[in-house]
Ligand binder design. Structure first.
Ligand SMILES: [Zn+2]
Length: 95
């Protein structure tokens, strides 16, 4: 009995809520208050750490390749799609 974070639905709901603002978070356009909430949650949630890490790497690749400061909409959509897919693979589908 040493679970830090319960794997319940409430926890998962929080992850999904936070993932919805993830795009803004990556762009650095997130509300500072939300950002703090997100980082605090992430510090103790391995699931979100993995997802964000993957997303950051993906974006870094795009940026290295093209030196874009802004992520084009279609790429952003791709990322979101991948993210959703990964999410569903890992934690089961849930809309
Ligand atoms: Zn989480």
């Amino acid at each position: 009995m040493s679970t830090v974070e319960p794997e319940g639905d409430a926890s998962k709901a929080k992850c999904q809520q936070l993932l919805r603002v993830l795009g803004d978070y990556i762009d650095g356009e997130i509300d500072p208050e939300m950002c703090e909430l997100f980082e605090r949650h992430m510090a103790q949630c391995l699931r979100c750490q993995v997802v964000v890490d993957t997303l950051r790497k993906t974006i870094a690749l795009y940026r290295e390749g093209e030196l874009v400061l802004e992520i084009p909409v279609e790429i952003r959509e791709q990322i979101h799609k991948q993210l959703r897919k990964r999410w569903q693979e890992k934690f089961g589908s849930q809309s």
